[in-house]
Design a protein around this ligand. Structure first.
Ligand code: C2E
Ligand code: MG
Ligand code: MG
Ligand code: MG
Length: 291
């Protein structure tokens, strides 16, 4: 049956199947406890301006400090949370945790830095603007502290309704990024109709730069579309100097990736902001000879 699990190849083996079912159940009950016992936490991966090297914001990425299995990445529990409906509770937790953190940074005297939340299709409903508004007032935060990352698939569901939701969110001062851009099934004509601020080039394209000419072409094309539509464009998963150089030459605005920093705990991100850590633009022709 559909939705059994996503590793289709294993589905034929009943032993594997029951093992997976057990795993699923174990993760589901474990996740219910995770809220109670405070086992979830957020890491922050900085976004940096490619031309100034300055940190412009961060993406909040959820982790689960599992009592037996150690630090779990979202790939191991988000799909299960989605399947079981626990994603609703998880999303609320993430929104509150991000706002709590942003509030602490605000009180520490930091100027606003946008923290992006990943929003699943399931939470992209009329109640989303209300939830965001309520959190902003509870934590006394302006919209410039927050950003939403949504995926292309969300643009296809009930267009007018989705536009209305996005506009409400934008009116609160948030920005919206289109995550994993280029991997989903969507028509380019959607792009002009939605209030999107940023296109996020998926890591699968960044990975192939500079060797794979197709990936290079796709990345350049996405940057071109973003420029034409006056959207900002950011590349995810940037790991090498060559990728940085290529993307920069192609006109990409920002990057996220191990080259600058992996996702880090809140304290570490705070220190990064305090110390003014910058992307080294060593491959810059101007900076080349300077000691
Ligand atoms: P995403 O939003 O596309 O996030 C980017 C993923 O790429 C993150 O994985 C990040 O750690 C990883 N990454 C970043 N830079 C690099 C790099 O240079 N090289 C490599 N190899 N990987 C890099 P992570 O944290 O495992 O998150 C996976 C996905 O889980 C995210 O993909 C996002 O879709 C989802 N996710 C994470 N946190 C949340 C959340 O709070 N709510 C929801 N609904 N989904 C979340
Ligand atoms: Mg994301
Ligand atoms: Mg992404
Ligand atoms: Mg991605």
């Amino acid at each position: 049956q559909g939705g059994e699990n996503n590793e289709g190849g294993y589905a034929y083996y009943s032993e594997e199947m029951s093992r997976n079912k057990l795993d699923l159940l174990r993760i589901e009950t474990g996740l219910m406890h995770a809220f109670e016992y405070d086992e979830l936490l957020l890491y922050y991966q900085p976004k940096v301006d490619m031309h100034t090297g300055i940190v412009t914001g961060a993406e909040a990425l959820v982790r689960w400090q599992h009592p037996e299995r150690g630090l779990l990445l979202p790939g191991e529990f988000i799909p299960i949370a989605e399947e079981t409906g626990l994603i609703v509770q998880l999303s609320d937790w993430v929104l509150n945790a991000v706002c709590t953190q942003a509030r602490a940074w605000k009180e520490a005297g930091l100027p606003p830095v946008r923290i992006a939340l990943n929003i699943t299709a399931r939470e992209f409903t009329r109640s989303l603007p209300d939830r965001v508004r309520a959190a902003m007032s509870r934590y006394q935060l302006d919209g410039e502290w927050l950003e939403l990352e949504i995926t292309e698939s969300m643009l296809m569901h009930g267009t007018d309704r989705v536009i209305a939701i996005m506009e409400m969110v934008c009116n609160l001062g948030l920005t919206i990024s289109l995550d994993d851009f280029g991997t989903g099934y969507s028509s380019l004509s959607y792009l002009k109709r939605f209030p999107i601020n940023t296109l996020k080039i998926d890591r699968s394209f960044t990975m192939g730069i500079p060797e794979d000419t197709n990936d290079c072409a796709i990345a350049s094309a996405i940057i071109g579309i973003a420029k034409q539509l006056r959207h900002k464009v950011i590349a995810e998963g940037v790991e090498s100097e060559q990728q940085l150089q290529f993307l920069k030459d192609a006109g990409c605005d920002e990057l996220q990736g191990y080259l600058f920093s992996p996702p880090v705990p809140a304290q570490k991100f705070h220190e990064m902001l305090m110390s003014g850590k910058r992307l080294e633009l060593s491959s810059d022709k101007n900076a080349g000879g300077v000691a």
